[in-house]
Design a protein around this ligand. Structure first.
Ligand SMILES: Cc1ncc(COP(=O)(O)O)c(C=O)c1O
Length: 375
């Protein structure tokens, strides 16, 4: 059997990792400013994470959601404390798209409505409603184009107000820092007005924190820079440092109903052990403060370096976009093949930096030197 060829691949096989470094099967070392697409939060193969996962796997990898799972209860308690949402409820699933599907479903159960507002350039996943809420017609199959979603410009509140005031909007779903969309930041003013409008018209506000959350922005959640409290928050990627897991944080105004939401694999023992180890490391090593400090330094240095072809540097914490006056493709390829450094990208001209949250100042300097050499 052949693999279904959906990804344009680099001809590189990564076989081991440590911290912010990875190595290919020929022994070549790479600096990882991509984090396997923002997934590696606490660094590759952190010994505490490896130990916790190994111990759990030797005890029990999986049992069903029909019995009590104390690890889920412990995770809900710990996560609530660390992120500042102790009064919220947690539903655990397996991927970002699945978290958004459940958020949108819960919103619709809550107010009985079917219209969604989403931002232009947004990315919310590749399934059903999550892909419909993703403003990219190329990935919305005809079966997913069901007319639920209106796309509106980020930060232009009048457009959102006009729709919400119609009184039929089920939910607004927003990334407070757009990832795939090119590191575009929602403003505090926009989010505060949006939040007030949602509250007034019984519309649910969903923050998709799948890429920008879990410490990456220098706060636990990117929306926490903006002075709002969404009704629903979705998380994935960094939650278990690469073990597939996602979560939906649910405000107290939602009351659970048996059977409305459910999952076979979600919140399994191994995933919870991984997520608990991630929280241990985030706390013990102050990784959120580190993301803020090193991210700020990296952005300052990138701006101060006055690199040719760089027209804008924007972001928060360790979620940084470097916009070029030329397509990123050649720059990104040369960073990988000549400088042995992985980065992400968005659109046609933007390099997207998503390194692990344990990035050091020295690694930030190292990256700038490599980028300078290429540019
Ligand atoms: C903001 C955002 N939402 C949702 C998703 C979908 O997550 P997954 O690929 O785990 O389904 C992604 C993935 O890149 C994302 O960046």
């Amino acid at each position: 059997m052949q693999l279904f060829d959906v990804y344009p691949l680099f001809d590189i096989a990564i076989e081991k990792g440590l911290g912010c470094k990875v190595w290919d099967n020929k022994g070549q070392e790479y600096l990882d400013f991509y984090g396997g697409h923002a997934v590696i939060s606490v660094g590759h193969c952190h010994p505490h994470y490896v130990d916790a996962m190994t111990k759990q796997l030797n005890k029990l990898g999986f049992y069903s959601n029909s019995v009590i799972n104390p690890l889920q209860q412990k995770l809900a308690e710990r996560l609530g404390k660390v992120c500042g949402y102790e009064d919220y409820q947690l539903f655990l699933i397996n991927s970002g798209a699945e978290a958004n599907e459940n958020a949108l479903k819960l919103a619709s159960f809550y107010n009985g409505r079917t219209r969604i507002l989403s931002a232009e350039k947004a990315f919310h996943g590749r399934t059903s409603l999550a892909v419909e809420a993703t403003a990219n017609p190329k990935i919305i199959a005809p079966i997913n184009a069901n007319g639920h979603v209106t796309y509106l410009p980020l930060n232009e509140i009048e457009a959102w107000k006009k729709e919400i005031e119609k009184g039929d909007v089920c939910a607004c779903i927003i990334e407070c820092i757009q990832g795939v969309g090119g590191i575009r930041l929602a403003t505090a003013e926009f989010m505060q007005e949006l939040s007030a409008l949602c509250e007034k018209h019984n519309t649910i506000l969903i923050c998709d924190e799948i890429q920008c959350g879990y410490g990456r922005s220098g706060r636990f959640f990117a929306h926490q820079h903006l002075g709002i409290k969404p009704d629903l928050i979705t998380v994935a990627k960094g939650i278990a440092n690469g073990f597939p897991m996602s979560g939906l944080l649910i405000s107290p105004k939602f009351k659970p109903v048996y059977g409305q939401l459910g999952t076979t694999f979600g919140g399994n023992h191994l995933a919870c052990a991984g997520a608990l180890a991630v929280l241990d490391i985030i706390e013990n090593e102050n990784l959120i403060e580190n993301a803020e400090k090193v991210g700020e330094y990296l952005m300052e240095q990138l701006k101060a370096a006055n690199l040719p072809h760089v027209v804008d540097v924007r972001g928060r914490g360790l979620m940084i976009g470097i916009e070029l006056d030329t397509p990123y493709k050649e720059v990104r390829n040369r960073l990988i093949h000549e400088q042995h450094c992985f980065t992400g990208c968005s659109g046609t001209n933007t390099l997207r930096l998503l390194p692990p949250l344990c990035l050091t100042m020295a690694e930030a300097d190292d990256f700038i030197a490599r980028l300078k050499a290429v540019l």
